[in-house]
Design a protein around this ligand. Structure first.
Ligand SMILES: *Cc1c(COP(=O)(O)O)cnc(C)c1O
Length: 376
């Protein structure tokens, strides 16, 4: 039952196959029976690796880790309401992407791979570069040339070679895809091991709520690594009999780049073509997410929805949480704005809503500088 499976044809491969896509170029998913022993887990170090038996890495493998994860789950006020927020900006590289990179690079190292290529609009590149540095693996990161300078510096300082690509995010992906002919593609979108790391987000929420699922989780979605990981995590907990219901997954996109919103409200199962505009939320500015169909299916299955937020709402939300001492990046401002709207307009009085701060504000110093000078 533990295997890689092509999402197009159902063709299967062993977990330790040296591949990041199927024979015919399809996306791979990963099937794995996760197991949990809450009694044992409770005495382990507070890191995402405390769920060792639920992560599909052989037990004799060296884990590439900084003891990351098990981030705080704190109550945060938004307007007149409040909700619980997972502080996932407190990771070694400053974003939740470390969850995925830790598992993916552990797998890559165990396969004996010496060099990887990857593409990112910033934070996934930082995470992969960081864990490659820890593992002693060479890496080349392709980024759009408009990526925040702070993120570029971070990637370069980890020792990765940086290839800036002119044009759209899709042009960057195409450049990495071409390089992947010669080197292993450690893609956070293609490689299903990445999602086996982001799923620990759901495990931690559940354990922090005394092994219960919240009613609703409000998440950002660009490429869907957090959304799909969260779905897999709760699904694992359901199948293991630990929780009884999948939480409602409420997904936030910037109105300036909202391919899921358009498709979801029209009841489509495939993505609509959109014309994206620039947005402060650079981390979710993905006009054509590769796993878009999976994302739509996941949201629908959970009884969730897609909401969009305007640039002005993102700015206001960012200020609101900054004034409470949370310095998060503009992309996270979009999630906060969405969560705020959801609480005000949709949530029931007793609904247990969890959201997430995805990235650290120190990543986006130039944007932040502009944002506060606007006000003087
Ligand atoms: C990557 C990222 C997101 C969006 O996550 P996806 O996996 O692309 O959906 C949101 N916020 C931050 C800070 C990110 O780095």
């Amino acid at each position: 039952m533990n295997r890689l499976i092509c999402s197009r044809t159902g063709e299967t491969y062993p977990l330790d196959d040296l591949r990041w896509c199927s024979q015919n170029g399809g996306l791979l998913d990963l099937e794995f029976a996760a197991s949990f022993d809450p009694e044992q887990i409770k005495y382990r170090p507070k890191t995402m690796w405390r769920y060792r038996e639920a992560i599909p890495i052989r037990s004799d493998t060296e884990v590439i880790s900084f003891d990351e994860g098990f981030t705080p789950l704190q109550r945060v006020r938004l307007g007149k309401k409040s909700l619980l927020v997972k502080l996932d900006f407190l990771f070694p590289t400053g974003s939740f992407k470390d969850r995925g990179a830790s598992v993916l690079i552990t797998q890559v190292k165990s396969l004996g791979i010496k060099k990887v290529v990857q593409d990112s609009s910033g934070n996934a590149g930082c995470a992969v570069a960081c864990y490659c540095a820890r593992a002693g693996i060479e890496c080349e990161i392709f980024v759009p040339d408009k990526t925040s300078p702070g993120k570029l510096a971070q990637i370069a300082m980890y020792g990765a070679s940086l290839s800036k690509v002119r044009g759209s995010r899709e042009d960057t992906a195409a450049a990495a895809f071409a390089a992947a002919k010669n080197h292993f593609y450690a893609s956070h979108v293609w490689n299903p091991f990445f999602f086996q790391g982001t799923k620990t987000f759901a495990y931690e929420i559940c354990e922090q709520l005394e092994w219960q699922a919240p009613d609703t989780v409000v998440l950002p979605a660009g490429n869907g690594t957090l959304l799909l990981g969260t779905y897999i995590g709760f699904k694992d907990l359901l199948l293991a009999g630990i929780i009884r219901q999948m939480p409602k997954l409420v997904v936030v996109q910037a109105a300036h780049c909202a391919p899921l919103h358009q498709a979801f409200t029209q009841g489509l199962s495939t993505l609509a073509e959109i014309k994206p505009q620039a947005t402060l939320a650079e981390g979710i500015a993905i006009a054509r997410p590769l796993r878009g169909e999976q994302m739509l299916a996941t949201i629908a299955e959970s009884g969730g929805q897609v909401i969009t937020v305007e640039e002005e709402e993102i700015r206001k939300a960012l200020t609101e949480v900054s004034r409470q001492g949370f310095y998060v990046e503009p992309t996270t401002g979009a999630v906060v704005a969405g969560a705020r709207n959801y609480l005000e307009q949709e949530a029931q009085e007793d609904e247990l809503v969890v959201s997430v701060f995805t990235g650290h504000g120190l990543k986006s110093s130039e944007k932040m500088t502009k944002l506060c000078s606007l006000k003087h």
